[in-house]
Every structure is written in C-alpha cells, then in structure tokens.
Design a protein around this ligand. Sequence first.
Ligand code: ACM
Ligand code: ZN
Length: 756
Amino acid sequence: MRPYLFSLFVIILLITSCENTSKSSTDKDIPYPKEVALVPQVQNLSLASSKFIINKETVLIIDAAYKKEGQYLKQLLETSMRVDLKVATTATKNFIRLESLKAGDPLTPETYALEIDSTNLTIYGADAAGIFRGIQTVRQLLPSAFHQKEQQVAWALPSLSINDSPAFKWRGMLLDCCRHFFSKEVVKQYIDLLAYYKMNVLHWHLTEDQGWRIAIDKYPKLTTIGAWRKGEDGKPYGGFYTKEDIKEIVAYAQERHITIVPEIELPGHSQAAIAAYPHLSCTGAPLEVGTKWGVFKDVYCAGNDSTFQFLEAVLTEVIELFPSEYIHIGGDESPKYRWEHCAKCQKRIKEEQLKDEHELQSYFIQRMATFLESKGKKLIGWDEILEGGLAENAIVQSWRGMDGALAAANQNHYAISSPTSHAYFDYKLDAIDLEKVYSFNPIPKDLSSEKHRFILGGECNMWTERVPNPKVLDQKTFPRLLAMAEVLWSAPQERNYSDFYQRVQAQYPTLDAFGVEYGAETMPIGIEVFTSTESINVKLAKGSLDLELYYTQDGSAPTNGSSKYETVIPIKKNTNLKVQAFKKDKVYGAPIQRTFIKHLANGLVPLLSYQYSSYYTGGGNQAVTNGARGSLNFRDGNWQAVQKVPMEITIDLQEAKTISKLSTAFFQKQDSWIFLPTKVDFLVSNDGKNFKLAGTLKNSISPKKDASFIESFELSLENTTARYVRLKAYNITYCPDWHAAAGSEAWLFIDEFVVE
Ligand code: ACM
Ligand code: ZN
C-alpha cells in the first residue's frame, strides 16, 4: 500500500491559515499559491506552515550530475523574475538545491523527493529524470501567474515535503502529424505540456496513407511527393520535418526527459510512400497520396525484396535521428486483399511455407524485428502483430481493447495499453469523457499478478483525421490528458475522481497561461428518448451541475430566454428540438438537435431479422419505432446498423389500420463503408404469416456517391388496411471492387420505419 493522500480541503485550509499568519508585511505582497492542487497527484505530501521565498538573492546549488536540469530550472525562474540567479557550491540560507537521493532511499527511475522550508528548496532525485519531474512539481506549486511570465521579482512557495515516483514507466501520448500536419512549434509545445504533467513518451506518428512527414535522404520523393496531398480546397496540403527539425525536436524532448518513439507504418497505411515509389506495392500502379480517411487495400508488397531494401534503408536513417531504444512499425489495419491477388506474395507464402496471408504479415514483421535488433533497437507494433505469431522481443501496443496486452503479457512480452475504450482522444466526449479516462486501468483485468510487470504503461492516442488545427488539438487533448497523466503516474488504488476534478479546476488558469485552448470535461447535454404507444418524452441530462439547459422546438437557436429544461419535454407533434447548455449565462459547448416524427408504429416493438451492431444500436430494440430521426452524424445514437446482412423489420400494429404511407431512411458514407440498400421492399399482411408486396423502391444512387447523406424511401398507399407491415432492405454485402476497402463487409444504417 502507498501512503495516504492529503485531502484537498485540508490543503486549502492549511495554506489559507499560513497566509493569514504571515508576519512580514513585505512577504505578504509576494505572490503565493492559493492551494496545492497537483496533477498528477503525488505519492505523499505533508505541508508545514512556513514558506520559502525565491527572490533575486536566491542561490542555486546544483550537483554536477544535474547541470542540464539546473540550467532548465534557472531559465524558468529567470524568465519569470527578470534576474540573473547566482550558481554557488554552498549557501546557508535562501538556496535551491538539486541533489541525488541518498543510498537507502528508493532509487527506481524518475523517483524524487522535494523538501521546502523557510531557508531552502531541495529536490532529491534518483536520477536526472527524477530531478526533472521534481522541478515540474515545483512549477505546479507556484501560482499560475508565474506561468504568465508576469515578471515578478519574487515568488513564494509553501513549506512541505513530498516523496514521489511513477506507477508506470511508460506514460505516453501518440500524436498523429500525418492526417493533419502540425508545425515544429506545436510539437515542442506538446512536449512541454507532456513534461508539465510528468508524461515521458511522445509516440510520433510520422507516416500514413495521407502523408509522409519525415525527410529521408535516400528517397527524396517520400517528401517531395509523399508529404503532399490534394487538400479539400483542391490545393496541395501537407508538410514534413527536415532532419534539422527532427534533431531540434529530439534534443528539446531529451532536455525534458521525454523519449520520442517514431512510428513508421508498415505494411499498411503506406499509400503516401507508394504514391512516391509505386514499385513498393503489389500492382506497381500509380496512386495518389490518400485524400480520404480509412483503411486502404494498397499496402507494401510482401513478395518484393525491394520493399524490404527500401524499409531497411528508411529505418536506418530513422534510427540515426532518434536515440529511442524503441521503434514503432505500426502493423495495424493492413488488408490482405492485394497479397491474396499478388503472384509475388503468393510465391513468398509458398517458399517460406506460410499458412496464409496472416502468417505472411507475421513474416514481414519478423523481418523488420530482426533488422531492428541488428541495430540495437526494439520493435513495437499495434496488436495486429500478434496475428500469425509474435516476433521475438516485440512489444505489443494494445488498441482493440485490452486483449492484445493480455495476450502479449501472457506470452512474456512487454505491452503498452491504449484501448479505444479509454485512450482514444480523437473520440468525442460522449464516448470518452474526463471521468472515463480517469477510470482507465492499463493492466488487463484478467492478467495474473505475476505478469503485471509486462505492462509497461499506457498511452493516449491523438489521431488527427478530424483535427485540422492546433485549436482542435487542444480541445480534444485537454483536459483529458490530465486524467491520463494521473492514471499512469499515480497508483490505481489512490484514485478519487471528485478530488481529481477539483484539482483539474485549479489547473485551468495555468493552461490559460500556456495558451492551451482546452475543451470541455464531459458532454454538456445528454439526451434520452422514451417512446410508448401513447407518448414520446425526451429527458435531458446536464454534463455538470453548474450548467443550465434551454431548448426550442422549431429548430431555432436557443438562448437563455428560451424554454428552460426542468424535468421532461413531451413531444406532441412532429418536432425539431434544439438544446443548448449555458454556464453562468454563457453558451457552453455545441447545441444538440433532434427531429421527431409521430406515426402509427411509435412505441411498438418490431421483430428484427438481424442482430444490430453494439456500436450502432440506434437506442436498442425500439430504435426504428421511437420517433427519433437520424442526423447527418451517423454516430448520433439514432442510427441502427448491421454489416453484410439485409434488414427485415416486421411490425404488428396490434389491430388492422388504414395506412396511407410507408417510409424509411438510410444513410450513405461510402468511405466509412456505409452504403444505401440496393432496394427496399414494403409488405403488408393481415395475419402476420402471408405478406403481400405493397411496393419495391429501387435505389438509383450510386454507391460511389461521396459525402454523408440520407436517402428516404417512401411508398404512398391507397385503400390499404393491414395489421402487419414489413420492410426489407437489401445490403450490398461487401465493399465493391473499386472501393478502397474492397471485400470488407458493408454497413447498412437505418433510423426509423415510419407508418402513416
Ligand atoms: C489504430 O488505431 N489503428 C492503431
Ligand atoms: Zn505483393
């Protein structure tokens, strides 16, 4: 067991009382933090009732082993104080000291202790990284004004003692600079932010279908061609890092004790490289740098020796730039379609006596692992590298849940946990909010305790398909990064969300000072629809207690003078509901909008021929009769979906009814594998056994049609009375041959079966 943590309440009281008892009138004017609110929480802390004042007379005493860290601290202080601080070998009072932990203290990497009293501030480190982490704690103890570079000549800190060390040794963030390109300055800012929250790995995603971002001398077209795609406005979009840029960024990270792990994707996610050098693919056909998001069938050819020569030459140059012990080779989402149809790949399978294309992928990764090992580097790959057999010493990064981490650890391989359930910061807050991240445990729950040591730690993954600029990057990363930082630094048994939540509030002024445009902690508005045969009722939930919700029913923008949500919104007629959250009378977050239709089948339980996807339930068994229509966001919770199979939906109207119209709507977004049905049949019956075709509506819209759109299928009826109605929608089953994901199972998305 770790020592107890201080309650924030006690900490605030203590500091307030020492502020009040300050004797010196001049000291009183020196900025002093109102509270101690550290993120991540430290292992143990005890506060005393005096303070230490850093002023222009403060002397720095720096152990020779920590010269760089001392220089970093000196610069930080000097920037905020407009002074030159003296460096000395001894002093009796008013000094800051960096020193090694004594023998007998815990000496695991990154461990530090902090002692502050009225005469000095000393950081003891197990190593230079420990000293650096201790400096971050000191930064967090200073008032947020310190970070605004207010040019104060003195700052005060509370007297205290802290002992601290990380729970996990791998505390990372993935930054995808391929889907969207982020400048050197942004990357450096993120290194600073990671350092501030005691993270220690930047997993830098540098190659993708949509852009190659690292200069390679031997293959200049990787950046002259591969770094640029046709942007949405038709102009070239892209960018890349020169070797000088990379050296600068790596040095910057090293100074902050952050390891940069470069990711060079193979064999999939390689379209940009193939666009530059088409001979790397199975077909050799010319290709453009990817302009769409998704998974694409053109991957490196595994039968071609020149593929391996290329990749080894690329990795050789990568290794020269990155001192990291680890190189990430991707390995995820590599369709086997081209390999199945490639004579060279098939020849390789035969010659190497491989069972299938999965073993061919394993062969591919194995070759890269052997190469990296010859260069003294360890290979990391996404959990797909487990398929067909794991390369010796390979480290698995688990993303499709925690099973990859579990399987790797059970095979005595190291693993990093970054499951889509908790660690995908590109996901919206309705899927992963601050509290959800805070509930993350990097150790798979079925892993026996003697294997826990194989779990190195975790990462949050910031994929940037929908992150076009640094502002959105900030909004998606913060404040969720703070939860990930605490989960990875502090031990799981010490977590307390409400205590953490309070400390996060105290971080906002600092994030403001850093210029971080952080987003919300949680979805401001939750919505639930309760439909019965009598009524449709909407219930809303506030993301936090300090919000108020206002709504309109005509689709107009709600103000804080609109109807205020109290307990329920009854839907009496066809309605376009729009809801907006307000915090202290200011708009908070985006509004939500839902349209509702009243019809004869509302609230009835349909009979479905299919098991709908657990990701797209549309609200469950009554999704197609609940009256809630789907929007252009197919993840809005109103769309129900299946893959590959058709949909047959039968509704018992309970008694024979006169029907004038049967209708429904489907969604298409072909680059997400979602297609309209090829046709829709509507049928009616009086006994529930013998159904008569009332009409067929053929779909005339091409599956190639781009963008997201909704298509209605409506059949008007005359003189029709029936107790049972049925809809049959025909799935195109697989993504067609022309499609980037040819052969993958196609999705069918429905929102409502409307009976009028
Ligand atoms: C991944 O998200 N494809 C690793
Ligand atoms: Zn091939």
